[in-house]
Design a protein. Structure first.
Length: 403
């Protein structure tokens, strides 16, 4: 009897995975006759549908929401751009990001595209209630809280209270990843908690004011435009000295204006520390936004990307190293804060997606005099391109022009 039960459990048609695979294939086939008149494939339809809900969005943001890596979504976007459905432009506030927006031609199809969902529900004989229940079940399977690729048993055993100030792409992505690792995260920005309520709720964080964010936490991550750090000068007056402060920012004169001390060679992390009156650890500054979203992997994965972490307090730096690992990247102790210039923009260790074996040599090869020239030359190369530079092309450029 037991042997019969075991054999039955091994039959393909009894497997949950087989049922899900079959349902996914059927969904793609069901959509085809409705999408063909619109000139869209099923994956392209998903991209356009997401953009109809919110535009513009970055390539990495779209990939994260749709479960597509860069290698999958980039060709999709190229084909949609060729078909006149989307545009791709470099974000002037953060040149590391490519923003995707819908064209007027795509907007004109809004009603037809949104109507496809109702047609599919009818074809599947689903009520609204049944559709909602099915969606909830599938979403739970797609994003199980206990199956993050960045799970860290050590961090899971010791959840931390973390504040993130800055709810842009880097800050929001870090919040999402750290929540997934079991941490309690408060998220704040310059516009007030109401402006990020939906964002915070969607990733499991709590939207608060900057003043509330820094209370009763163990770690504060700062992810704001570089030139705005002086605005935080009085924020840390009542924050205990043992609270770890991590800076993720980078200095770009085209966006931040010229800051004489930094232009003359003061490391960016040192300047930030002086502005806020607190020692900081420099982390997550040397990673492209799309890399942070889609290229994190589990510890021990061959070819895992490494990120540098610099700071003067060994305990604080140790916590930052663990948190970087929890977000999906090997963490390398890159020395003191004074040495953090070695992974600023324009250096071989900045946004070049190197492994833990490769990164030390890149940091050692950094040239402090050349770095600003490389930074500005890279930006000129990217912004003057006739078509937006893809993520992989950007990584290649970073490697070639800083070598």
């Amino acid at each position: 009897m037991l042997e019969n039960e075991i054999n039955a459990s091994r039959q393909v048609n009894t497997q949950l995975s087989f049922a899900l695979y079959g349902a996914a294939n059927r969904m793609a086939r069901l959509h085809k006759p409705f999408l063909a008149p619109l000139g869209l494939t099923f994956p392209q339809y998903l991209v356009v549908l997401e953009l109809l809900g919110k535009t513009p969005q970055s390539v990495g943001e779209l990939g994260a929401k749709l479960g597509m890596d860069t290698g999958t979504i980039t060709p999709l976007l190229k084909r949609l751009a060729s078909a006149g459905m989307v545009t791709r432009t470099r974000d002037h506030a953060d040149e590391r990001r490519v923003l995707v927006d819908l064209t007027e031609a795509a907007e004109a199809l809004r009603h037809d595209i949104c109507d496809v969902t109702d047609q599919i529900k009818t074809a599947c004989q689903l009520t609204d209630e049944g559709a909602n229940e099915l969606r909830a079940t599938l979403e739970a399977l797609a994003r199980p809280a206990s199956n993050s690729i960045n799970d860290s048993p050590t961090l899971k055993e010791t959840p931390m209270n973390i504040a993130i100030i800055g709810a842009g792409y880097i800050g929001a992505t870090l919040a999402q990843k750290l929540v997934a690792n079991g941490h309690q995260v408060k998220l704040a920005n310059s516009k007030g908690p109401e402006s990020i309520q939906d964002l915070a709720q969607g990733i499991g964080a709590v939207a608060v004011s900057k003043e509330e964010a820094v209370k009763n936490v163990e770690v504060i991550i700062l992810s704001i435009p570089f030139a705005r750090y002086p605005e935080l000068a009085g924020l840390f007056s009542d924050v205990p000295e043992d609270v770890v402060v991590i800076d993720t920012s980078n200095y770009y004169p085209f966006r931040d204006g010229n800051i004489t001390e930094v232009d003359e060679g003061k490391p960016e992390g040192v300047w930030v520390s002086e502005q806020i009156g607190r020692p900081v650890v420099k982390a997550w500054n040397a990673v492209l936004a799309e890399t942070l979203v889609s290229k994190g992997t589990a510890a021990g994965t061959p070819g895992r990307i490494a990120l540098p972490v610099a700071g003067d307090d060994e305990k604080a730096k140790g916590i930052a190293l663990r948190l970087v690992d929890a977000t999906g990247f090997d963490a390398l102790d890159a020395g003191t804060l004074a040495e953090s210039w070695r992974h600023q923009p324009g250096t071989p260790g900045y946004c070049t997606e190197l492994t833990l074996d490769e990164l030390p040599a890149a940091l050692a090869a950094a040239d402090q005099q050349r770095a600003p020239q490389n930074r500005d030359a890279l930006r000129k190369q990217v912004t003057s391109a006739e078509v937006p530079v893809t993520h992989d092309e950007r990584v290649t450029l970073n490697r070639e022009m800083t070598a």
